[in-house]
Design a protein around this ligand. Structure first.
Ligand code: SAM
Length: 327
């Protein structure tokens, strides 16, 4: 389905919970934030119905996210049902990896195609500083288990932050020579309840990350596929894996944006940074029929903002937090 700016919208990021077991410095404050009351969060049944309706509007790929999806009770049973839904070509998961060791096998058996693990550092002490939790070993073991049960490739999401982990950019790049991992560098975004964490000094444009990695060898571009997200993909000389750059702020990828987001409390968003949302939960719970909700989805999709309107160094801050929207 095309939006009003002639983009094919085929990718839904579905947040299954706003709760998370980490407290990453750019996302959730140390003391936590008021999470959504349970009754406000969509039931799995409601999510499945909305996904089916989104498929009728052209969605072909679902990424499960949060919060941390693996902390929600009954998640595996939900994924089993989601994977049986007709019309989806890809179901993927983004996780912080803390519970991955326990669930990797079950996720693989359900039919999850790929897993992204968020991992901003390869140093245990630094992991504690960034996430305010002591789970480095568990995440590491989770990644190994995911590899062992056959997930390939495993994608690692790295938020590049000056003065925090930028001295590890080359280590992450080298990792793609050792392992078939897809490392994706994400620009630090002014989003989330830790909005104050974003500063121009901490922000590193993707171009700078790219230039630094070129010191290791040349980067060869990889072509895009229709279900690809906004990552610009490359292989480093001699690598088994890939390196991706998600220039959320500096590189206006909005013209290729194919995404919708469904928040854990059932609001459909056309853009991470737009405050525009369509409430699907209320009509769903009022017992409205499929046609009514399909119209709301179609409208939200067509009205997807042309761009996120952020400028590189004077970013507008986004009020809803990342864990609430679904990162
Ligand atoms: N808990 C899961 C995880 O850790 O991947 C899924 C949710 S998390 C919000 C999704 C992604 O958003 C993570 O890769 C995280 O690093 C990223 N993220 C959160 N806040 C961010 C920010 N302010 N700037 C850039 N990336 C951010």
């Amino acid at each position: 389905m095309l939006d009003n700016h002639h983009r094919i919208v085929n990718y839904l990021r579905l947040s299954v919970t706003d709760r998370c077991n980490l407290r990453c410095v750019y996302c959730i404050p140390e003391e936590g934030i008021p999470f959504m009351p349970h009754r406000e969060i969509l039931t799995y049944e409601e999510m499945l119905r909305l996904v089916e309706l989104c498929i009728l509007q052209g969605i072909r790929k679902v990424r499960l996210t949060g919060g941390e999806p693996l902390v929600r009770k009954g998640f595996i049973a939900f994924v089993q049902r989601l994977c049986k839904t007709e019309g989806l070509e890809e179901i993927t998961l983004t996780t912080n990896g803390v519970f991955l060791k326990d669930f990797a096998r079950a996720l693989r058996d359900c039919g999850i195609c790929r897993i992204n693990v968020s991992m901003d550092t390869l140093k245990p002490d630094r992991f504690r500083l960034i996430t305010r939790r002591d789970d480095y070993d568990r995440v590491h073991e989770g990644i190994e288990e995911a590899e062992r049960v056959g997930f390939n490739p495993i994608k690692l999401n790295v938020v590049a932050m000056r003065g925090i982990n930028d001295d590890e950019i080359l280590d992450f790049a080298r990792l793609t020579r050792e392992k078939p991992y897809h490392v994706r560098f994400i620009e630090l975004m002014p989003v989330g309840s830790e909005n104050g964490f974003w500063t121009a000094e901490r922000f590193i444009p993707s171009k700078e990350v790219f230039d630094r990695i070129q010191r290791l060898g040349s980067l060869t571009p990889i072509g895009r596929t229709p279900l690809d997200g906004p990552s610009e993909r490359y292989t480093l000389d001699g690598a088994r894996g890939e390196i991706g750059f998600i220039g959320a702020l500096s590189h206006h990828f909005c013209a290729n944006c194919n995404r919708l987001r469904l928040t854990a409390d059932g609001h459909l968003r056309g853009c991470l940074f737009s405050e525009e949302e369509t409430d699907l939960k209320t009509p769903l719970r009022e017992g409205r029929d499929d046609g009514y909700i399909l119209d709301l989805i179609r409208h939200s999709l067509e009205e997807k903002p042309a761009n996120h309107g952020l400028m590189e160094l004077q970013p507008r801050k986004c009020t809803r937090s990342m864990n609430g929207i679904g990162g």
